[in-house]
Ligand binder design. Structure first.
Ligand code: CP3
Length: 340
């Protein structure tokens, strides 16, 4: 698998590419399957349909890796929070965690109730061609905690930050609980057939540096360390969004660092490139325009070259109204321009 070789810094015939949120609303095929499922959560829980949407971008784009179709929020859902995805509004939890009493209400053993994810992975792996990798994933403890504390997406993280400053012990206890579920969750994903795993820390940039290292990065590192000890051959990818100015302080045992589009690739290469394979980081909105896309691709390739050490990706997820023609063209463009 070219993707796995690249993630382990082996030589490959070209730089592999996949795209965050490569399955989604910019594909009419996705919208059709989602309509069949009824709701987004039903889609995540329906093994057959989840496998179907996972494989759509492989057939349509010919990317080098599939990413499990699911959501980071199925873990807090199975911890007992009650989740709905409201059209146009995003995720909403019935319950929030704001006190020790709330915390004590959480259900233990969420990783044992996620068989629909593990079954989807086995099904996808059995249908996926042998040269394509399957990436499993989860959200970071900090990013999941913000959803659990706020009850929904947030711009200010009001309740999470109140907890951080007024009751850091409570936040740490919550983060530890989530971390222990995530270790088991990713371990089960690997046992079910995931060839690599990625941790999305989408709200990394909400924290100042020391708080970030203590309340987010440390827990990501702990999960990565645990997995690398148990599964040394399985690449672990960490993606903290928006922490370009903290790069000097990031360390740990993992394989691939996901670079967001706000972090210049040359900066990431200088700070982390000799320790980690870099994944990224085309600004997704460049896909609105073919020339802008090609200019972005050329710039990234001029920094990362054609040697081992790079996996091409967007610097964040696909946007629902991006033209699929450009996504298809991007894969061929990267492959052609990085051919060894
Ligand atoms: O990358 C992939 O193709 C795999 C699938 C995937 C989804 N969500 C599907 C999804 C992955 C890896 C995620 C991760 C995720 N989910 C993150 C971290 C990555 C990031 O983007 O930073 C976060 C923060 C979430 C939480 C979440 N899920 C939100 C805020 C929303 C609503 C926003 C929206 O786009 O509607 C979701 C829903 C969601 N997850 C959709 C998809 C395809 C859209 C649901 C729909 O079909 O309407």
């Amino acid at each position: 698998m070219i993707f796995i070789d690249a993630a382990l810094r082996k030589e490959t015939p070209y730089t592999p590419i996949w795209m965050m949120r490569q399955a989604g609303r910019y594909l009419s095929e996705y919208k059709e399957t989602r309509a069949k499922a009824g709701s987004f959560l039903n889609l995540c829980q329906n093994v057959e349909l989840a496998a179907e949407v996972t494989l759509q971008p492989i057939d349509i784009l010919d990317v080098d890796a599939a990413i499990l179709f699911s959501d980071i929020l199925v873990v807090p859902y199975e911890m007992g929070l009650g989740l709905e995805f409201l059209a146009g509004e995003g995720p909403k939890f019935q319950n929030t965690i704001r006190s020790i009493e709330d915390l004590n209400q959480l259900r233990e053993g969420a990783s044992n109730r996620l068989d629909y994810v593990y079954d989807a992975i086995s099904s996808i792996r059995s249908k996926l061609s042998k040269d394509k990798a399957l990436i499993g994933f989860c959200g970071s403890p900090w990013t999941l905690a913000t959803y659990m504390i706020e009850g929904e997406g947030s711009k200010t993280y009001t309740h999470s930050k109140k907890m951080l400053y007024a009751n850091p012990k409570l936040l740490a206890t919550l983060l530890e609980k989530i971390t222990s579920e995530l270790k088991a969750y990713l371990e089960n994903q690997i046992k079910a057939g995931a060839n690599a795993v990625m941790i999305f820390d989408s709200w990394a940039s909400a924290l100042e540096r020391e708080a970030y290292l203590k309340f987010s990065w440390n827990y990501m590192k702990e999960i990565a360390y645990d997995l690398k000890k148990k599964f040394p051959h399985i690449p672990v990818i960490l993606f903290p969004k928006g922490v370009g100015s903290y790069l000097d302080h990031l360390d740990g045992e993992f394989d691939v660092f996901g670079v967001d589009w706000g972090t210049p690739m040359e900066l990431a290469k200088a700070k982390l490139g000799n320790r980690y394979v870099l994944q990224g980081n085309l600004e997704p909105a460049r896909l609105y325009d073919y020339e802008a896309m090609e200019e972005g691709v050329d710039r990234i390739i001029s920094v990362m070259g054609r040697e081992a050490g790079h996996i091409f990706n967007l610097g964040h997820g696909m946007i629902p109204d991006l033209p699929r023609e450009n996504a298809i063209a991007l894969v061929q463009m990267v492959r052609q321009k990085t051919k060894r």
